[in-house]
Design a protein around this ligand. Structure first.
Ligand code: GLP
Length: 266
């Protein structure tokens, strides 16, 4: 695992956006195969999406040959609801870049057969050749996508029941009323994320410090699904100073030394 620490969320977001673009370009330089990108929602990726949009507008990158798979979606929330992850993704990214509409995949939380929808999603990922890079955020309890504590580390796309804490945290988007936050979601599994060729997880702010410390320095455990990243060959966590505040200073020094020795392009 690599850990990249920047002073602010803004600097960390810039790093992530430039890293993603470098990976899209690196693949395009050697093959016509599309780049398959996994994407999250939440406030954490907003700065990264903003920079990806800026880079697209400046002609620094095209998403024409990119296929996307989103991590999750609420069950039973209409797609037109402003807090559906469909609406979020179009508002914050897809409506502003040249990714072909047919290349966008987001789980349908209103599908008549949710189980079949989850199976079809896993198949679509396989058909696309697997995910090249899965970008993600972390919940305050360490969850990646909606893989709440006690999710199997072998889990695949499925319907999940949200913890009370997650509904309370996400109620800020639902009039601060946790009962308005859907009780269930569909989510790619821990194994779906971790089987990607590369995984990049962002964590910003002191509220994420406990989750970051557990996932990075603690044991691999289903009580903090970020920790499954320890089993990924190419896994990177990008933190701002707030989220990194509880890491062992000796480890932070080592993470910086690795970056310096290997050269961080951004
Ligand atoms: C939700 C999403 C996660 C996201 C998390 C953190 O639970 N399902 O994918 O990482 O929220 O959200 P935020 O980035 O707003 O802190």
């Amino acid at each position: 695992m690599k850990v990249i620490i920047r002073n602010t969320a803004e600097e960390a977001s810039l790093w992530a956006a430039h890293y993603i673009v470098s990976k899209i370009k690196a693949k395009a330089a050697v093959t016509d195969e599309p780049f398959v990108l996994g994407l999250p929602t939440g406030s954490t990726p907003l700065g990264t999406y903003q920079e990806l949009r800026r880079m697209y507008e400046a002609g620094e990158v095209s998403f024409k040959n990119v296929i996307t798979f989103n991590m999750d979606e609420y069950v039973g929330l209409p797609e037109s609801h402003p807090e559906s992850y469909h609406a979020f993704m179009h508002r914050n990214l897809f409506d502003h870049i040249d990714v072909p509409r047919e290349n966008i995949h987001i789980l349908n939380g209103n599908a008549p057969d949710l189980e079949a929808e989850c199976e079809a999603y896993e198949e679509a990922i396989l058909d696309a050749g697997g995910i090249d890079l899965f970008l993600g955020g972390i919940g305050e309890d360490g969850h990646i996508a909606f893989n709440e504590p006690f999710s199997s580390l072998q889990s695949r796309t499925r319907v999940v029941t949200l913890t009370h804490d997650t509904r309370v945290v996400n109620s800020r988007f639902f009039d601060n009323d946790w009962t308005k936050v859907p009780a269930q979601a569909m989510s790619v599994g821990v194994a779906t994320v971790c089987n990607s060729r590369e995984v990049l997880i962002l964590g910003f702010g002191e509220k994420k410090a406990r989750a970051a410390r557990g996932g990075i320095e603690g044991p691999v455990t289903h009580t903090n699904t970020l920790s499954a990243l320890q089993l990924v060959e190419y896994g990177t966590v990008v933190l701002d100073a707030g989220a990194a505040k509880d890491l062992d200073p000796a480890n932070v020094a080592y993470f910086k030394a690795v970056e310096e020795a290997e050269g961080s392009a951004f």
